[in-house]
Design a protein around this ligand. Structure first.
Ligand SMILES: Nc1ncnc2c1ncn2[C@@H]1O[C@H](COP(=O)(O)OP(=O)(O)OP(=O)(O)O)[C@@H](O)[C@H]1O
Ligand SMILES: [Mg+2]
Length: 207
């Protein structure tokens, strides 16, 4: 079975790769068996793996990059990679080299966007060799009702990667869920808005 492989990537740290990888994987696992690849040796996904195992009905498995290399991870419809905040070393090249879709979370400020420029260029370089690779920015931690500033819009336009039309809000529930080792799918009504936007993100990805 060939899985749809989705990488959360940005050389810039702290933009939401792990948060989105975790919640996306949980949402995808409601649809079909999903493998979450924790490619960040400093990442926190490893801490959540035991929980995910206990809740086996989510059909989510977590492994690290080395575990993936060892094989035996073929029976998944979706694979979500949480990349470490590094730009273009061998491991990143290995992950992005096998991805179908790269999502670059960015905070909607001109400084954060400019700090993501080299990562966007790296993805575009890969696309020039492999045009079927899809790459998008995902605006993360967007404040409610705030329009993207003109400076942010021009920073995005200058970088040549499209933005997925589903902004992810800045919501305490993302942190709260992570603190409990849970996803927004497990936080009841107070996570409804977060769940809705993750669902819309998934629908956009699966289009
Ligand atoms: N949409 C959001 N709303 C509120 N807080 C968020 C959101 N997305 C991420 N955060 C918080 O921002 C911080 C950084 O997020 P996260 O760890 O997912 O980023 P990262 O890109 O994986 O970082 P690193 O580059 O260090 O791996 C975390 O404390 C996380 O809980
Ligand atoms: Mg991370």
């Amino acid at each position: 079975m060939t899985a749809l492989r989705i990488a959360l990537y940005n050389g810039k740290g702290g933009c939401g790769k792990t948060t989105l990888a975790w919640n996306l994987a949980m949402g995808l696992a409601r649809r079909a068996p999903t493998l979450l690849v924790d490619a960040d040796p400093q990442g926190s996904l490893g801490d959540w793996a035991n929980w995910a195992d206990r809740e086996g009905h989510y059909a989510i498995a977590i492994c690290d990059w080395a575990g993936l290399r060892e094989g035996g991870q073929a029976n998944h419809h979706y694979r979500v990679y949480d990349c470490p905040p590094r730009l273009d070393d061998d491991e990143i090249e290995g992950i992005l080299g096998e991805a179908d879709l790269v999502l670059l979370p960015v905070l909607p400020s001109p400084l954060d966007l400019w700090a993501s420029r080299r990562s966007a260029e790296f993805v575009q370089g890969l696309q020039s060799r492999r045009p079927q690779l899809r790459g998008y920015f995902v605006l993360n931690q967007v404040e409610a009702h705030s329009a993207l500033s003109r400076a942010s819009q021009s920073a995005i336009a200058a970088m040549g990667l499209p933005v997925l039309p589903v902004p992810i809000g800045r919501r305490a529930i993302y942190r709260g869920a992570a603190l409990e080792g849970l996803s927004v799918y497990h936080m009841g009504k107070r996570a409804a808005a977060a769940r809705d936007e993750i669902e819309r993100l998934i629908e956009e990805i699966l289009k």
